[in-house]
Design a protein around this ligand. Sequence first.
Ligand code: AHG
Ligand code: MN
Ligand code: MN
Length: 355
Amino acid sequence: MVQTQTGRSQPDPLDRGYYLDRDCTTLSRHVLQQLKSFGPDAQDISALMNRIGLAGKLIARRLSRAGLVEGTLGFTGDVNVQGEEVKQMDLYSNAVFISTFKQSGLVCRLASEEMEKPYYIPENCPIGRYTLLYDPLDGSSNLDVNLNVGSIFAIRQQEGDDEDGAALDLLQHGRKQLAAGYILYGPSTLLVYSIGTGVHSFTLDPSLGEFILAQENITVPEHGPVYSVNEGNFWQWDESFRDYARYVHRHEGYTARYSGALVGDIHRILCQGGVFLYPGTAKKPEGKLRLLYESAPMAFLMEQAGGRASTGTQDILDVIPEKLHQRTPLVIGSKEDVALVESFIQDRKRRDSEG
Ligand code: AHG
Ligand code: MN
Ligand code: MN
């Protein structure tokens, strides 16, 4: 630091370290710093994160011109394995992840909510022993009205040869995730990730074409004012979730925020505290969110930030899926707020068992 004429202190312009650290902590450099290693495994994870960043940049670039470029808005006319109508950008984003990882040599298999079966890259399999699980475009109903969307990802070690393509090794709990995170396409593009050493966020600097460190070791407050849930489903919820909704309606200190895109809603909660809920409904008893591509990666991040993620009765990271595209109810966010929701579920159970 140097003193200015007015007596204020400011960084020494000759201290290059200050400016390099502030402006140039890129994603790949950060991963290596976190792993405290330049060994082959650390290089792999760093390269993987770099590739995810590249996919994010390509998607962000296309989103920034949505409406100007043909094939960016609207539906394709197809229905995906989830029974949902596919949008042009769902398809594009899914393909971007595949092409980004095809030449990487790092990933043998990609599993996405848009594909019935994992996509294999046989030429990578002798080297790449990782699987990338992802939701290429989250919140796609926001696309046609120019609101925030995201991408969600997780990396798992591939176990076994998986010769028949059944991907049985993916049917394991979320604590097997090596890394997880999301990209938020908002006013700026953010990438938030964890490799089990805290949660860190990066902002895309479009002039550099790089994700630059924004905040290290993000921690979620123990309690926050926000509850984030689609209350239009109230009539379809179990009585315990209705009890919770009635509670927040009748007590001071709560505020509702719901954007229709999980990534945006969870990012708000990660920064400011509170709880996001997507309970089971009469029509979808397991809720809407997919365990492997949405709930488990978000749960990994939230736990790393000191928060919690639950189905209402079990930690999300302990849930063992029976199938690839399994859905799960989700209650995620600040520890105290998740516990409050769970307490309404336990109360109802107790009352039901008492008759
Ligand atoms: P996707 O666009 O990947 O299908 O995910 C949409 C999800 C999630 O982003 C959001 O929280 C939720 O669906 C919103 O669902 P509702 O419209 O039922 O509230
Ligand atoms: Mn989604
Ligand atoms: Mn999606």
